[in-house]
Design a protein around this ligand. Sequence first.
Ligand code: NDP
Length: 339
Amino acid sequence: MATIYHDADADLATLAGSRIAVIGYGNQGRSQALNLRDSGLDVIVGNRPDSSHDQARSDGFEVMPVAEACGRADLVMLLVPDEVMPEIYREQVAPSLEAGNTLCFASGYNVAFGLIEPPEDVDVILVAPRMIGVGVRDRYLDGGGFPSFVGVHRDATGKALARMLALARGMGSTRAGCIEMSMHDEASLDLFTEQAFGPAFGRVMISAVELLVEAGYPPEAVLLELYLSGEFAYSLEKIREVGMTRQMDFHSRTSQYGSVTRGARFMDLGPAIQDKMRKVLDEIRSGQFAEEWSNQQEKASEIFDKVRAARDQMPMTKWEQNAREAFHFGDAVGAGPED
Ligand code: NDP
């Protein structure tokens, strides 16, 4: 059984008299800064001068350049995007760190794969919410909390665990529960979800859509049946609530009989899917993926432009657009920032 921490394990008083610098005021930065401040902690914000900076100021924080915030803090929370974090760390964070400070990450990625190597005399901890930024704030305000992966990567002061738990409590995460994990495991699980589970799931969805359209069903009806109506999302929510096996009880007897008898025919796909997933996992765990991605940074925009152009040519994109217009779901559904 993994170690799981709750409110009773954490003491906010551990951070009394400590100043926390939240570096980056984006999805996680804003929510975490607001939660920590509402929990009575002393929070300042470091961000470059732009709209995030203005937002932090209008939320009532003292905002300053990253290096200055790090220099004035005892505990630094790095909440900038993972791909720019090593450079920001090297140039603006590391020079200000002092012995006994704490560095907190919301993702284990950079430490796990050696892209950031904090000094020996600094506590290095992980509080990685399993929740998008807006949920971190909403769940704090409604009292529900949200789960996180947490861990002590380096305990230089003997206080790293207590500090980590106090931070997680201040954010509202120990209310739901925090599971102990190494930076490497946290990063690997996260990447596996993105690179294997998500794409495999997506392939099943696209295969079903293509097959049914080829069989003559109208694309709008197919998409509605499979996921656009929201019924599938609702079933996933039930899986979350009662579990994968017991959610069956919410379906009709015809549905249950059909899925059990016909579902068995897909069993042999399991090992084949796992073979592919295992290869992805191996690349993640060995650091091969992180190295590849670091080497692709200069070409990243070019790669994403090509992916978006290809995506726009996919029949699915047109079918989804038509269906959304037909059912008045509105443009907001699924529209990304670049759309
Ligand atoms: P965002 O992209 O939302 O926020 C980035 C922040 O960093 C913004 O304030 C942005 O300011 C600033 N920033 C971006 N680029 C630079 C730069 N080159 N120099 C200086 N500042 C910069 O990040 P997230 O909140 O999504 O992610 C932060 C951390 O949280 C990451 O480690 C991520 O893995 C982790 N995490 C994220 C989750 C999520 O739901 N998003 C969930 C769990 C963990 P500006 O306005 O200047 O761009």
